[in-house]
Design a protein around this ligand. Sequence first.
Ligand code: PGA
Length: 247
Amino acid sequence: MLIAGNWKMNTDLPAAVALAEAVVKEVGDPGDVQVAVCPPFVSLAAVHEVVDGSPVRLGAQNMHFEEQGAYTGEVSAAMLTSVGCTYVILGHSERRQYFGETDALVNQKVKQARRHGLVPIICIGETLDQREAGEAEAVVRTQVAGALEGIDVEDPSTLVLAYEPVWAIGTGRTATPEQAQAMHAFIRGLLRERYGEATAAAIHVLYGGSMKPGNAAELLAQADVDGGLIGGASLKAADFAAIVRAA
Ligand code: PGA
């Protein structure tokens, strides 16, 4: 299991440090559960100081696909590893929706992250219109194929997928455990076609979208749900830690 907190564009530097301190304290010893927090870029180095030596790992929320150069305002993979990142969230629906990120762009980012030893958390998921039109699986199939184009996976711990139905993100409207399991099983099947049974079974497929202490246990109990990508509830250390305990 992996539980990752996506802080999005919340917390200034002092607030990020305080939240990281509280998360380390509240999470304590998570046992077999892997835990990560993904603060804004400007707080990564300071949060690393806080979580270093604890079981809590660090992730970023985005990254550029080029090595370096004249890309004003962008952040490279090497910059992320230099401040202690293990993970990077890529292709979040907010990046796709507000910043025009395409599957092809996400694919370039995934490749670059893996070149630098960062574990990408690749977000996929359909909108409400797409679900209501019966297109959810087709959309997810296209996103998975696009993001993973040309990517071989030998070690299943080097790649994470996060199924985040767009209609459940920040809306308080969660997929039912049955809806989540059905799509996660479908995604597992797509991974099996690409990487074979053993590797597909070992790749973490997270659920994201209004996961909170009250619904985490039943979502995480589903056979193909291997953890959670937590937005809103990750901004409260006690709630985030309660989800880690549910895992
Ligand atoms: P949410 O966000 O938990 O606030 O719905 C999840 C995400 O967007 O990663």
